[in-house]
Write a protein that binds this ligand. Structure first.
Ligand code: SF4
Length: 453
């Protein structure tokens, strides 16, 4: 097979532990290289994935229809009540709007939709063309907010102005305008907000239930199964718990600065990190020993149920090799630990939005020979899957065809999955899915592609 090379301009974003001498200095947090066909989405998409699960808000994309269609129901974020978030509204700008401006159309669309759906708030996403024609969406939002009496929040997410990560920042800025605008009555001392949890397949409900079993009050979840009124009063909580830190740590920092609420970074994937997420919160509320006792009891009960079931898969999966390419690097840490619990090896670990500290951490965790990549592309991923003889690729919807074309197993750890992978029960689902894909008899009929020369 023809040798696959890495584009010259991308070589500093790829590191192989042991083969690269000198100090570790991976390039990251930069715009994608032209021609690299990065797996990353645009700024607008980054803001949309963070805000979209707020279920009782109106989400309207100000721009051409493609931006809205491309992100319609982009996460499988489920709601226990209203489902307004699942509708994708757009001002559907056309050529004449681009020439004469889209502000009137935005005002008309917003007015009609708010009157029809009676949302608790509205988020207005600015797309590339809005940045070019210069519509004053702040002014339109302010006017509609005064007319309709609800928060109407501009999201400055013009697609061209940075990376997906800048979209996360734009989303946090919009959320911060809601935080602090609601009453805090009824919020006790042992209370938290769950940040960076998007309720894919009901994962936020699992996590929320764990904390509630420990006697902790959950004021809001941002943004999975999110509600505008909960976000408005979230400044009354004593602690922010941040998962998916790439997307939400900015909001946690802003809330710390403005309201003095400390935050903890956690992960809910795998036994080790899930247990740590509960114990860390219990330790924060150390003046209440009952919380720590409840955490210990919960972890002990869950692990004793889970552990024997995992053993069934361990003998089949031991020694199999996994390649991981996910959005935020923090998830990669958890996946490495989760795979290690069934004796699987990680041969590739990469992310779209990791920073230097994240990659330094990945380097420390990974075995010799593991490849670490930032903002990779399908050709590179294929190259390393082949060279490292991976049996499994873990990624999102864009990575699925890469795995299947190469004849190896795949696990969706991103937007489209329909089963929860977080929490203790999620760990069992995850390992079961890995087992089913890696050990599937289908690979007899779609054999693995050969290695590279
Ligand atoms: S890059 Fe621009 S035009 Fe394309 S989806 Fe993003 S906002 Fe829309």
């Amino acid at each position: 097979m023809e040798k696959i090379t890495i584009l010259e301009g991308r070589q500093s974003q790829v590191y192989e532990k042991n083969n690269t001498p000198a100090e570790f200095d991976i390039t990251c947090e930069t715009t994608s290289l032209s021609g690299s066909v990065s797996q990353r989405a645009c700024v607008f998409c980054g803001s949309r994935v963070v805000l979209y699960p707020v279920a009782d808000a109106l989400h309207i994309v100000h721009g051409p229809i493609g931006c809205a269609a491309y992100t319609w129901d982009i996460r499988g974020a489920v709601s226990s009540g209203p489902e307004l978030h699942r509708l994708s509204f757009s001002t559907d700008l056309k050529e004449m709007d681009v020439i004469y401006g889209g502000e009137k159309k935005l005002h008309k669309s917003l007015t009609e939709l708010i009157e029809q759906y009676q949302p608790k708030a509205a988020f207005i996403y600015s797309t590339c063309i809005i940045g070019i024609i210069g519509d004053d969406i702040d002014a339109v939002c302010k006017k509609v907010s005064q007319e309709q009496g609800i928060p109407v929040l501009p999201v400055h997410s013009e697609g061209f102005k940075g990376t997906k990560k800048d979209g996360y920042k734009a989303a946090c800025d919009a959320l911060m305008k809601l935080v602090g605008t609601g009453p805090t009555e009824g919020i006790g001392k042992y209370s938290i907000n769950i940040l960076g949890e998007f309720n894919l397949a009901g994962e936020a409900w699992i996590i929320k239930s764990y904390y509630e079993q420990m006697g902790i009050q959950v004021v809001s979840t941002m943004t999975g199964d999110g509600r505008v009124d909960d976000i408005r009063r979230s400044h009354g909580a004593s602690l922010n718990i941040v998962q998916c830190s790439g997307s939400m740590v900015k909001l946690a920092k802003m809330m710390e600065e403005k309201y003095g609420i400390p935050y903890l970074r956690v992960s809910y994937f795998g036994i080790e990190d899930m247990s740590k997420a509960l114990y860390d919160v219990a330790r924060h509320f150390s003046d209440n020993q009952a919380i720590m006792e409840a955490a210990k009891e919960l972890v002990s009960r869950e692990v004793s149920e889970l552990y024997p079931q995992l053993q069934k898969y361990r003998s089949a999966l031991a020694g199999k090799k996994a390649a991981i390419y996910v959005g935020g690097a923090f998830k990669a840490f958890s996946l490495i630990k989760a795979l290690a619990s069934v004796d699987m090896k990680v041969v590739l670990a990469g992310s779209q939005t990791g920073n230097k500290d994240d990659y330094e951490g990945l380097k420390e965790m990974c075995d010799e020979g593991t490849v670490i990549v930032d903002d990779s592309n399908p050709v590179e991923l294929s190259k390393f899957v082949l060279e490292k003889e991976a049996d499994l690729l873990i990624g999102g919807v864009k990575e699925r065809p890469i795995a299947y074309k190469l004849g190896i197993g795949f696990c969706d750890h991103n937007h489209e999955r329909k089963i929860p992978l977080a929490g203790f029960e999620g760990m069992l689902n995850f390992i079961r899915e890995v087992y089913n894909s890696v050990m599937s008899p289908v690979w007899k009929f779609a054999p693995r592609k050969g290695g590279v020369s």
